[in-house]
Design a binder for this molecule. Structure first.
Ligand code: SF4
Length: 384
């Protein structure tokens, strides 16, 4: 199995919390699409001849700023250069303001079979706080339009943990989301990342920071309400109706090789992590001269162990100690068992036959626990 990710870095404006590789301009869109097409061709040996691409994902940025013709061109390039499964999951991230029925129908026609709507909130004041471009009604409208256009696999994104002042009713967003019955919901707690508009304005006392206490409350409420509505919390931030887990996300968590195309996109070939420059001009020029601006690192055993802990701990499958022993060796196995001990008495994990899965309470502490279970790469290098 293999996955292809296409990064589309253009946005109408920059959202307050955003630290993704994106630019609030579309002036180089045509050049960029040309570069993406060429990069796909230049890297068509990335996967071995045996590998079948099971997922293609257009992420951003705002991929819905591409015309359906441009999406079609890129998808054709992927199909012509790789072996793509007939049943591949092909997702496009879309902002609600772009979700008109004609465009959505064109996307269905070119082969997009899963749409991921960046709704984030159904509350006007929250959308203004987040710096989103759309209004509260467009989330509901976008979901209806996607259904009407023929999408049978719709995902919506929500953000929680905004300052209380902006969230009149802490359960309104999740109730509204459940009413729309999307097959998949991603719900993320708002964090204040460095170098964002939000962090700068909070520093100047012009904006309130995210509310961590409310974030924890909402996380637990969302989990309960979504479970009651039939959704499975298959990863800390992701919920799906039966049969609708995101294959693309699951591929990342299951150590599947993936090719990332576009500015700032990361790739993984089971041995190395490779990343394109995030600078748009540099990316376009490099590809045009068949001299891509790209960097890589060879993954050490410690890197691969850390990656496994970082991803598997967040999933419903949990951390399997026998797998740790087999894949990374005795040293990592003992390290994990030593470190996990303190959490076994505190109900952060439930353990069954060597598989450690975070409890709902444990999920609240996932980042801290992950840090504790990981191994210091520098220490490893010093020891060897
Ligand atoms: S639409 Fe997405 S990528 Fe673009 S600025 Fe907003 S959060 Fe960032």
């Amino acid at each position: 199995m293999a996955s292809v990710y296409i990064h589309v870095p253009f946005c109408r404006s920059k959202c307050h919390y955003c630290n993704f590789v994106s630019v609030a301009s579309q002036t180089r869109k045509e050049d960029y699409v040309e570069a993406v097409l060429r990069e796909i061709f230049l890297r068509n040996h990335f996967f071995g001849s045996e590998s079948v691409v099971e997922t293609v994902y257009f992420g951003g940025g705002t991929p819905s700023l591409l015309t359906s013709g441009q999406v079609n061109q890129i998808l054709n390039a992927v199909r012509n250069n790789f072996q793509v499964s007939e049943a591949a999951e092909i997702t496009l991230e879309m902002n609600p303001e772009d979700a008109d029925v004609t465009y959505l129908k064109e996307l269905v026609k070119v082969g997009i079979n899963r749409i991921s709507l960046g709704i984030q909130s159904f509350v006007e004041s929250e959308l203004r706080y987040l710096g989103r471009n759309h209004d509260a009604a467009s989330g509901v409208r976008a979901t209806g339009n996607a259904r009407h256009a023929g999408f049978e696999n719709i995902s919506i994104d929500l953000i929680f943990g905004l300052p209380r002042q902006f969230s009149g009713n802490p359960t309104l967003n999740i109730e509204q989301a459940i009413m729309l019955k999307p097959e998949h919901i991603s719900a993320y707690g708002l964090t204040m990342e460095p170098d964002t508009i939000l962090s700068r304005l909070v520093k100047k006392d012009k904006m309130l920071p995210p509310d961590e206490e409310l974030s924890a409350q909402q996380f637990l409420i969302y989990m309960e309400q979504l479970r009651n509505a039939g959704y499975e919390n298959y990863e800390i931030s992701n919920y799906a109706l039966p049969g609708f887990r995101s294959k693309h996300n699951s591929a990342y968590w299951k150590n599947v090789p993936y090719l990332g195309v576009g500015a700032g996109a990361h790739s993984y070939n089971l041995k190395e992590r490779i990343w394109n420059t995030a600078a748009l001009g540099e990316y376009i020029d490099g590809i045009a001269h068949a001299n891509p601006s790209r960097d890589f690192e060879v993954l050490t055993a410690a890197d691969r162990y850390n990656e496994y802990i970082l991803t598997s701990i967040r999933t419903i499958e949990g951390v399997n100690v026998q797998f740790v022993k087999k894949a990374f060796g005795e040293h990592y196995f003992s390290h994990f068992l030593r470190q996990v001990k303190e959490y076994q008495q505190t109900q952060h994990f439930c353990e069954d036959d060597g598989v450690f899965i975070l409890t709902d309470h444990g999920k609240l502490w996932a980042d801290k626990i992950t840090g504790h279970l990981m191994i210091d790469n520098q220490d490893e290098k010093r020891d060897t």
